[in-house]
Ligand binder design. Structure first.
Ligand code: SF4
Length: 293
């Protein structure tokens, strides 16, 4: 029996005892700990996502070109900072956490899990001296993703976001999608991408392309209007099927410091679109960005 099959059996047994998903994750953590194996931080109580969510360390797994790094990155502030600070970046640990998240996501929520709440899919390349896409990690994710698709009899087992360049995303997206893992390209106004923009200005400021439908994240809408039933990622799952309906999800800036964040996105043909921060629009003085690691 493979490690994954053993985990699946354990989780099936735990599911029958009708415990909370958080308890199931604790049991999975114990299972790996007893075998001397580490996992990355994994949570399940986030009100927006509700599903299991896996963290990687910020910086060492991120592209150095990410405009938020050490500036407005939400994962370097608040609670996410605490969780990502416990992550190691170890590939095996991340893959085990992905397996736990996918199994618990499927059994408890009938939904895929969220990967890289913090961090990305990059690694430092000594020969070039730069951060590059971690293809060894992607190969591992692909192998385990396929195995999970079979075990769970499920097409989509996880999704993530990346700040990769468009050309890198074009390579990694189909490979991971075939293994049940969707990767949305951050800050690209295109199908399969997502952008962060103030909704009241998005119609005027985002590029107009009849092939792209901009859709506001339903979890953020629900949070702002407090109308009706709260919608979470577990119910929505748009980001887990980013190419299905020609959409590009639009998030409003959120988290500490988001009022001061200047807006920017690109299109695959290299055009750059920018927008003012909320503070600049209303003439609010901007403090120096917090730099925490
Ligand atoms: S669009 Fe849907 S799946 Fe994506 S972040 Fe918002 S609620 Fe979650």
């Amino acid at each position: 029996m493979s490690e994954l099959e053993a985990l699946f059996e354990l989780m099936s047994k735990v599911r029958r005892s009708d415990v909370l998903p958080r308890t199931a994750i604790d049991r999975a953590r114990e299972y790996f700990r007893e075998g001397g194996l580490a996992i990355e931080p994994i949570g399940v109580s986030n009100i927006k996502t509700q599903i299991p969510s896996v963290y990687r360390p910020v910086g060492t797994t991120c592209p150095e070109t990410c405009g938020y790094l050490d500036e407005y990155c939400y994962a370097q502030q608040g609670n996410v900072l605490i969780h990502q600070g416990r992550a190691t970046g170890d590939v095996g640990a991340f893959i085990r956490s992905m397996a736990i998240g996918a199994i618990v996501g499927h059994m408890w929520f009938d939904a895929p899990c969220r990967l890289c709440v913090s961090g990305d899919l990059f690694v430092f390349d000594e020969s070039s001296g730069h951060q590059v896409v971690d293809w060894d990690l992607i190969e591992e994710m692909t192998c385990v993703g396929r195995e999970l698709q079979g075990l769970l009899n499920r097409k989509n087992i996880a999704w993530s976001y990346t700040h990769a360049e468009f050309e890198d995303w074009q390579e990694l997206f189909p490979v991971l999608r075939d293994a049940g893992i969707s990767v949305v390209l951050s800050d690209f106004a295109m199908v399969g991408g997502c952008v962060t923009w103030w909704w009241e200005h998005m119609d005027k400021e985002l590029p107009h392309d009849p092939g792209v439908r901009y859709l506001k994240c339903p979890a953020q809408i629900a949070k702002q209007t407090e109308a009706g039933k709260f919608k979470s990622c577990a119910e929505c799952q748009w980001c887990a099927h980013p190419m299905d309906k020609n959409f590009c999800v639009v998030f409003e800036p959120h988290g500490p410091g988001s009022d001061y964040m200047p807006l920017s996105c690109r299109t695959p043909d290299g055009m750059v679109y920018t927008g003012m921060s909320r503070a600049d629009r209303i003439g609010k003085k901007r403090p120096a960005p917090r730099r925490r690691k």
